[in-house]
Design a protein around this ligand. Structure first.
Ligand SMILES: Nc1ncnc2c1ncn2[C@@H]1O[C@H](COP(=O)(O)OP(=O)(O)OP(=O)(O)O)[C@@H](O)[C@H]1O
Ligand SMILES: Nc1ncnc2c1ncn2[C@@H]1O[C@H](COP(=O)(O)OP(=O)(O)OP(=O)(O)O)[C@@H](O)[C@H]1O
Ligand SMILES: [Mg+2]
Ligand SMILES: [Mg+2]
Lengths: 255, 255
């Protein structure tokens, strides 16, 4: 049975999509069968993997709004073992539509539960908010992975996010656990980065992944080529750190 | 009559709050009377100016939900000429509450119109989404300022944002104009940054501000001291670029 991991943080630009794409890609390279679900109306995970948004037949919007739509054609992106349910701007409309629907928080969970048996991992990328789309991700997931940028504002939102996770666990998804906190965009030249790292590791202890993702320009260049980092620059520090990180995720899954 | 400028971009982490705080602070230093309104539930503009969130009496949430609440005590932050209407996590609840209220898109506009006569500039910081809070910002504003990070994903969301602005102008706020596009986090060492700059300036021409904000660690350190950049490190490249930018804004306002 596949494990579903939602990547969430309402603070913007902390590396959610970059983590979703590169984790999914390295897991696929390690012969895991992986499904990436993009529930962000921006569709960055979709385009970051080179999927042309205007050539897509159906997106996660169609499957969430019409539960009878059978998901028979998952998109196989150009990477072996990696499949994607894409998103596009129509999903922005779903936020208002879903509010008045029945089982509005469980729409994604139904899709994920139908597909679990076919995959080793299901990775869900979310938008920078704690609205109905991210809520669907938190309800559909076994664990939540929190990318945390090594910056001051990123720390501020953490309490709000952890409180939301607790509330979801209590009411909507009792099985929800914290996969861990991944420190991202670490810049070894600044005091701020090392200050954040020591504060976070002191407070959250073993919940913080050992791997820290450095700031690396190759990571921000790779989406413009529609490729994950291991296909664009496999020897970059960005690629090597996400490779190490994916090993930690695999280890957690077998523990 | 004061000019109101909303700072918006649904892409996360592009420098909306950093621009709101530092533009407001330099305008105040140039003897303009400035009001900063924080409508992001994350409350980063509030804490970035050193306002203690748990000591605030009333936030923008109270004024938007209960239109009879008189705004008689604007918070004067420690900077001369600079006032703030703060935000905190209660505002996250407003997103659902506002959806079913009358005049839901005009709630902020009423507040801004009541205060315009007292200020030279009213600056509105928004969350990373195109939901009801950002919509209120677009309806309340004379112009919209778009910070654009010099990164690939930031370009992707621009079309969606410009379409939303067009729709708001057509239906809810016919006077809404584009203040301009501000390129942020420019890193002169990377090809990606210069590629983005040339693409954006070719396409948007005079709508792009001449000032480009460089990536500068002092800008990300200053919120941890609760100070805008001109109070924290006035000689940094970050401070000098926001100073130049504020001059462009003042020039536009008198044109
Ligand atoms: N480790 C890194 N080093 C350098 N650049 C990075 C790194 N991680 C992400 N980036 C870049 O930083 C920007 C923000 O990252 P990303 O879009 O993945 O964040 P996000 O949390 O998904 O944003 P949003 O909140 O808008 O969904 C992107 O342009 C990305 O390419
Ligand atoms: N020019 C810059 N150089 C270096 N760091 C910057 C710069 N501008 C902003 N930052 C930092 O980058 C991060 C993102 O900026 P900021 O929070 O202002 O963006 P935002 O668009 O308001 O984010 P959100 O979408 O979450 O509201 C912050 O940690 C900030 O301190
Ligand atoms: Mg993203
Ligand atoms: Mg912000």
């Amino acid at each position: 049975m596949g494990k579903s991991i939602v990547i969430a943080n309402q603070k913007g630009g902390v590396g959610k999509t970059t983590t979703a794409i590169n984790l999914a890609s390295f897991l696929a390279a390690f012969e895991k069968k992986v499904l990436l679900i993009d529930i962000d109306p921006q569709g960055n995970a979709t385009s970051g993997l080179g999927v042309e948004k205007d050539q897509i037949d159906r997106t996660i919007y169609d499957f969430m709004i019409d539960p009878d739509e059978r998901i028979n054609n998952l998109l196989e992106c150009k990477i072996k073992n990696l499949y994607i349910i894409p998103s596009n701007v129509h999903l922005a409309g779903a936020q208002v539509e879903l509010i008045n629907m029945e089982n509005r928080e469980y729409r994604l969970k139904k899709i994920v539960d139908d597909l679990r048996a076919e995959f080793d991992f299901i990775i869900i990328d979310t938008p920078p908010s704690l609205g109905i789309l991210t809520l669907n991700g938190l309800v559909a997931a076994d664990t939540v992975l929190i990318p945390l940028q090594c910056e001051y504002y990123a720390m501020e939102g953490l309490t709000q996010l952890l409180n939301t996770i607790k509330r979801v666990k209590k009411v909507l998804n009792p099985g929800l656990e914290l996969e861990g906190i991944l420190l991202t965009m670490y810049d070894s030249r600044t005091n701020l980065s090392s200050q954040i790292v020591s504060e976070v590791t002191d407070y959250f202890k073993e919940k913080v992944f050992k791997t820290i993702i450095p700031r690396n320009v190759k990571l921000s260049e790779s989406p413009s080529f529609g490729k994950p980092i291991d296909q664009y620059q496999p020897d970059s520090t960005g690629a090597l750190s996400y490779k190490e990180f994916s090993k930690e995720i695999m280890k957690n899954a077998t523990a």
